[in-house]
Design a binder for this molecule. Structure first.
Ligand code: C5P
Length: 405
């Protein structure tokens, strides 16, 4: 079946032994209707010839940034714009490092800087090189920037070692591409999500915060991305890995979260305020560590109100997104949630009862009821991922209803 019909895939090959599998990968992508443009690094050509790749892709291979003839046919910027997806396979430790550093010292890395297409990376290297902290940090950086990391797989390696570092098999990469291009409910939509707690500094070493784990917001970001949305996650300090394919912006305080949200939110269709933003912050942050003083049994910290991020978003005159809030309550859940929906001028609120400590904060499960101005939907108790799916599906339906109004 032509599952990739018309899709333009820029296949970036770097110099690893798994490069020999790229001929097979290209054949299988083309068979499914994809147009594959191969770009090779200098080292890649030591492992598989451009002639082979040209024969299987049906297009001349691009490999030089400074080749006048190549620039005259399809220049590097044009090539960057052409792609619907950039797939780096195999992506060596070196290519990953150069991408992470934002280098543009050959055609492939220059294209990565110039493209707006999503970038998927299939790491392939010796298991020790993969485990190396430098490689791991580079991959984390790329993940945080929203790049997709596909693999690696574990098993026997060309060098004889056994472990993580094998490139995913061509058919597994084809399946990832197919999954990526599947028509999805939130395709074409962009969502900004806040998650986690905020930290409000008292002095250089202390802060006031709360127990939010960020799991609900991260689940929403993860599922929204899988449903086809472009997702930006603005996250307070949490111990979670940024979701694949999601641009994650880290903040600490409510003020910082407000600044980052306001700088980005008008470019999004949907805003979900899932963060447990501290309501108050210390009025003054001591410049030096506050010392314990003999005879002082009580210490007072004067607190002032933090800005209400979601209410600020919902008040926007121009570029206001569909705005969804959360209400974590320990009593009278429905009336407090409906009150917040109205007072903050929200389009929808996800109410959860946090009096039951087996669900809610820090747990993997949650119990949520959705309220909007003229309706409600109890979602019951489920995993945060399952709830994220239901919440996003309901948001999508509300958006569709609003569009026909
Ligand atoms: O008023 P309350 O904190 O209970 O409201 C919860 C909702 O408001 C959540 O969606 C939360 O992310 C958002 N909120 C905010 N800024 C604040 C306080 C809460 O965006 N300062």
């Amino acid at each position: 079946m032509q599952t990739l019909s018309g899709k333009k895939i820029l296949l970036g090959i770097s110099g690893g032994i798994a490069a020999y599998k790229c001929a097979e990968l290209t054949r299988r992508l083309s068979e499914r209707g994809a147009q594959v443009q191969v770009v090779m690094t200098k080292a890649a050509k030591e492992f598989i010839t451009p002639l082979t790749m040209q024969a299987v892709s049906g297009r001349p291979v691009s490999d030089s940034l400074l080749d006048p003839a190549a620039e005259a046919s399809m220049g590097h910027i044009e090539l960057a714009k052409w792609a619907d997806l950039v797939l780096l396979a195999p992506a060596t430790a070196d290519l990953i490092a150069r991408t992470s550093a934002g280098m543009g010292n050959d055609l492939l890395t220059t294209l990565l800087l110039a493209t707006e297409a999503p970038i998927a990376i299939a790491p392939a290297m010796n298991q020790q090189m993969y485990r190396n902290i430098a490689t791991q940090e580079n991959l984390s950086t790329l993940r945080r920037r929203g790049m997709l990391i596909w693999g690696p797989a574990s098993g026997e390696q060309a060098c004889g070692d056994v472990g993580l570092g094998r490139m995913l098999e061509p058919m597994d990469l084809v399946a990832r591409c197919e999954q990526y291009f599947q028509p999805k409910a939130l395709q074409g939509k962009s969502i900004l999500i806040t998650a986690g707690p905020t930290q409000e500094a008292i002095d250089p070493v202390r802060y006031i915060s709360n127990h939010s784990s960020g799991k609900m917001g991260y689940a929403l970001a993860n599922v929204a991305q899988k449903m086809g949305a472009r997702v930006t996650l603005v996250s307070g300090p949490v111990a979670l890995t940024p979701p694949q394919g999601v641009e994650t912006l880290s903040v600490k305080s409510a003020e910082e979260m407000l600044d980052v949200v306001m700088a980005n939110v008008t470019q999004h269709d949907i805003f979900i305020g899932c963060a447990a933003v501290a309501d108050y912050k210390p009025a003054n942050i001591a410049e030096q560590k506050i010392k314990k003083m003999a005879g002082h049994e009580v210490m007072n910290i004067t607190m002032v109100k933090n800005p209400d991020i979601i209410a600020t978003v919902a008040k926007l005159d121009e570029g206001r997104p569909f705005t969804v809030g959360f209400a974590a309550e320990t009593q009278d859940v429905e009336s407090y949630a409906k009150g917040k929906l109205a007072n903050k001028n929200l389009d929808m609120i996800c109410a959860n009862d946090v009096s039951d400590t087996t669900i809610g904060f820090n747990s993997n499960d949650n119990a949520i009821t959705l309220y909007w101005p003229d309706g409600s939907l109890p979602l019951g108790t489920a995993s945060k991922s399952a709830l994220a799916h239901e919440i996003l599906s309901e948001i999508q339906q509300q958006l569709e209803k609003n569009a026909v109004k």
